[in-house]
Design a protein. Sequence first.
Length: 130
Amino acid sequence: MIGNSSVVIGADTVVSLDNEIIRQPKDNADAERILKKLSQRCHTVITGVVIIKEGREIKFAVKSQVQLKKLSNEMIEDYINSGEPLGKAGACCIQGLGKNLVERYEGSFTNIVGLPIEKLQEVLSKICEE
């Protein structure tokens, strides 16, 4: 049982390109399709977070931008063969081997990884002060 002073945090991250949600790849062929689509393009990474404390819900979302390099077929094939793209929104893991595919990013690195720690700490500090 969760007590009244407990804090519960939930989060999920999605990738968006041209107003289309890019989900986790179903298989290697889908990962290849996604990576070719994102090659040399800037996409948005959005993490939605919900904090529940004492029956109160606090919700926020953080957006960051990621631009991949121009990906050759060989780069894509090597990355897919690593197994890393499966289970990752947008088929790329910036904190792993996928960092080699990234040209640049703007915004929170931890958001791109999957949990915007800086914003979460800010919100939790405010909640704890109340």
